[in-house]
Design a protein around this ligand. Structure first.
Ligand SMILES: [Zn+2]
Length: 95
């Protein structure tokens, strides 16, 4: 098999895999976007990465630096989890 024939075969195969990926992933990507998640396809791959922006509200507890402990007792601000979840800011519409 010549290099050119091999390359054409590879392109045909790549296009087929891209079409299958598009067919399989499109409804999943659409559902993720409907949930306001970010959808990223890693460059040069067919790997779809989904991220829920609610994770941005999670952070280490400032009080215990994530240990969950206040001495020998559970840290009170984070209830011993070491993590704080900030509540979303709600905008109140004036009527
Ligand atoms: Zn804490």
């Amino acid at each position: 098999m010549s290099d050119d024939t091999h390359r054409q075969g590879t392109r045909w195969w790549t296009r087929l895999l891209d079409m299958i990926d598009e067919r399989v992933s499109a409804p999943i990507d659409d559902d993720a976007r409907r949930r306001e998640w970010t959808v990223t396809v890693l460059p040069g791959t067919r790997t779809h990465v989904y991220r829920d922006p609610r994770w941005d509200r999670r952070r280490l507890c400032d009080h215990c630096s994530g240990s969950g402990l206040e001495g020998a007792r559970p840290c009170r601000p984070c209830d011993g989890t070491g993590v704080i979840t900030d509540q979303p800011v709600r905008h109140v519409e004036e009527s």
